[in-house]
Design a protein around this ligand. Structure first.
Ligand SMILES: [Zn+2]
Length: 421
């Protein structure tokens, strides 16, 4: 435990009072109680949702199901946008809006058998927790707000977004903050991802990923000896790049995860490639490592082009293609931001203790833009994320839903701090 200064606890104390008053409103109280009563229905939704495959870039079927659900719940302005996100609104009188989102895609490729099922209390199936639990929470919050009409000055924007996982590269939420009509009208964002109530993700772990291919004329290993060799160039680039130093703090990492190239032992290869992953909590370090990587590749290729002891290769040069296959911006939420203070106050009110964490989620986008955003879990417990053995235990889910609802309503309440001003 790190010591907490008086000035840091004071506002939480006042805000906790605000949360207590909010929770005591009859409509809010009714919604909070209703979550536990509805568990059987939430479980049904979750199993049905997880039964619709949603591989990266193949979320349309699941989005269709969600659009019908949004309409059934009675959200306004329900529509699917250009990239496949499903949006729905509960209008308020004040702007900016509060966005509540959950990603609908899974890491699992098309063609795997999803077969979600309940055994005893637990639910099993790929994606059942990440992020069928989050999407179920999104629906539960929307229905709770629609049904009990708790007060919210700000409009609530519900987003079931595509493209969070892997090479989806946050494209769904990126679209919301770059192209969507709501992009400048979102004051704070709550991202619901996975299970649990014990974390608040307030810092965005950035990453940048590259596919690097070096191509050459190739040739016969005996008669064309001396022609530049893409595998040698890539290997040398790896050696050069892997010698660079990275700081322990801000934590910065790199990985060459895949290499490939060549066709036979007696052919000079025509092509070689590698995939590289760079991560850091610091946007500066990510930039620096990218420059180092590009410089290592350039040096390695030049050296191979300039000819070696194997002979000259003046006219037969190598070509390099560096493709960015992933780019998730890093960032840190201001510790004094209202969303974080309210989340702390809600946890204090509920008697919940949560750790601040850094992770790569949809919240990376708003956080990197300097907007207020956090990611939290949907309640319950989960495990085996990104494996076929994934599970979710709904026991205590209502606490996660209560936590999310109180936070959303507090953010949407309208306040002198300007969140909805
Ligand atoms: Zn997720």
């Amino acid at each position: 435990m790190s010591p907490v200064s008086r000035s840091a606890t004071e506002p939480v104390h006042n805000l906790r009072q605000e949360i207590a008053e909010l929770a005591a409103l009859p409509q809010v109280q009714a919604a909070l109680d209703w979550f536990a009563e509805q568990e059987a229905e939430f479980t049904r939704w979750q199993l049905e949702l997880a039964g619709i495959p949603a591989p990266p870039f193949g979320e349309a079927k699941r989005a269709e199901w969600l659009r019908a659900k949004f309409n059934e719940i009675g959200l306004e302005q329900v529509h699917t946008d250009e990239v496949g996100n499903v949006l729905g609104v509960l209008s308020g009188s004040a702007m900016p809006a509060i966005s509540i989102s959950a990603h609908v895609d899974t890491v699992f490729p098309a063609g795997i058998v999803v077969n979600p099922r309940q055994q005893g209390r637990k639910l099993y199936g790929p994606g059942i927790s990440d992020n069928a639990a989050g999407v179920t929470a999104l629906l539960a919050l929307a229905l709770g707000c629609r049904r009990f009409r708790p007060p919210h000055a700000a409009s609530l924007l519900f987003v079931a977004n595509v493209g969070e996982e892997g090479e989806g590269d946050l494209r769904g939420i990126r679209h919301i903050f770059s192209e969507c009509e709501w992009k400048d009208r979102i004051g704070a964002s709550l991202v619901i991802d996975g299970a649990g109530i014990d974390t608040i993700i307030a810092d965005a772990l950035g990453s940048r990923r590259f596919a690097i291919t070096v191509q050459g004329p190739g040739g016969h290993s005996w008669t064309d000896f001396g022609a530049p060799n893409p595998i040698v160039a890539i290997s040398r680039a790896i050696t050069l790049f892997s010698e660079i130093r990275v700081p322990a703090s801000p934590k910065t990492t790199f990985n060459v995860g895949v290499i490939s190239g060549g066709t036979s032992v007696n052919s000079i290869p025509e092509s070689a490639s590698m995939r590289v992953d760079i991560r850091s909590s610091s946007a500066f370090e990510i930039e620096r490592l990218e420059l180092e990587l590009r410089s290592a590749v350039k040096q390695a290729v030049q050296r191979e082009d300039n000819g070696t002891d194997r002979g000259e290769s003046a006219e037969r040069e190598l070509e390099t293609v560096i493709k960015v296959i992933g780019n998730r911006p890093a960032g840190e939420l201001d510790r004094k931001s209202r969303i974080l203070q309210l989340a702390r106050a809600v946890d204090s009110y509920l008697g919940n203790s949560a750790q601040l964490q850094r992770a790569s989620t949809d919240a990376n986008i708003p956080i990197s833009l300097g907007r207020e955003a956090i990611a939290i879990g949907a309640g319950g417990r989960g495990g085996g994320a990104h494996t076929l053995q994934e599970w979710f235990d709904p026991a205590g889910r209502e606490l996660g839903l209560q936590r999310a609802l109180l936070l959303v309503l507090a953010l949407a309440a309208g306040d002198s701090n300007g969140v909805t001003g």
